[in-house]
Design a protein around this ligand. Structure first.
Ligand code: 13P
Length: 250
């Protein structure tokens, strides 16, 4: 079953007031591709301004705290994201799993907190280079999924998975189509086992050095239902050809 593709930009720690114009450009150009869902996950401090600048275009956060509220200096709750105008959030990005030492259990709690508030979630998994070289990429990613997948019984908000091999992020290196197919197929199987009836409809995005030059090839891989795009999402000039490739892939 072909799912509607989702192309989400992850702006990471990029974006100032001046860049709202780029968000407006991306939102305006995306309206020409109704066959693709497009979203931008921007720094938390830009969410409210971005959401006001592009009404109806999905703006998201890049992380969320698992607690509803409390003494968590510097952290942002799901309700705060929602209150600022976000409709989705990333959780479990490898840059946070690594630098903030986020565990699978913490990622799962974050996903459940966000979904419970009605935010859609893009949950990231992916292996390090050594793991792939040892031939252990698939079992490693499946174990990450087992630890981080949320309970789906309490919310209808959408869950998507992003497979982002750590060694492909920001490096220009990309797995081969057959490596992506193998991993996405294994993730699909895990999702259908874990969420009977829903697992077939959960979108599995690929992330890691997606560019205009390789997007069409990646979108043609079975079980690739979209992309999570870092660097190339910062400008409409780079991002929109990726959205167009997703539209072309049907
Ligand atoms: P790049 O597209 O810059 O490699 O980043 C991928 C990523 O980490 C998206 O979350």
């Amino acid at each position: 079953m072909a799912l509607k593709k989702l192309v989400a930009g992850n702006w990471k720690m990029h974006g100032l007031s001046n860049d709202l114009a780029e968000i407006e450009a991306i939102a305006a150009a995306s309206s020409e591709y109704p066959e693709v869902d497009v979203a931008l996950c921007v720094p938390a401090i830009l969410i409210e301004r971005a959401a006001r600048a592009v009404p109806g275009f999905p703006i998201g956060g890049q992380d969320v705290h698992h607690a509803e509220k409390g003494a968590h200096t510097g952290c942002i709750s799901a309700r705060m994201l929602l209150d600022a105008g976000a409709v989705l959030t990333i959780v479990g990005h490898s840059e946070r799993r690594d630098a903030q030492r986020e565990s699978d259990a913490e990622v799962r709690a974050k996903a459940e907190a966000a979904l419970g508030c009605g935010l859609s979630v893009i949950l990231c998994v992916g292996e390090m280079l050594e793991v792939r070289e040892q031939g252990a990429a698939v079992p490693t990613v499946l174990a990450q999924l087992d630890g981080s997948l949320p309970d789906r019984s309490t919310s209808d908000a959408e869950l998507a998975i992003a497979y982002e091999p750590v060694w492909a992020i920001g490096t220009g290196k990309v797995p081969t189509p057959s490596e992506i197919a193998e991993m996405h197929g294994a993730i699909r199987k895990r999702l259908t086992d874990r969420y009977p009836g829903e697992g077939e409809r959960i979108r599995i995005l690929y992330g890691g050095s997606v560019k205009p030059s390789n997007a069409a090839e990646i979108f043609a891989v079975p079980n690739v239902d979209g992309a999570l795009v870092g660097g190339a999402s910062l400008s409409a000039g780079d991002f929109m050809p990726i959205v167009a490739a997703a539209a072309g892939a049907g």
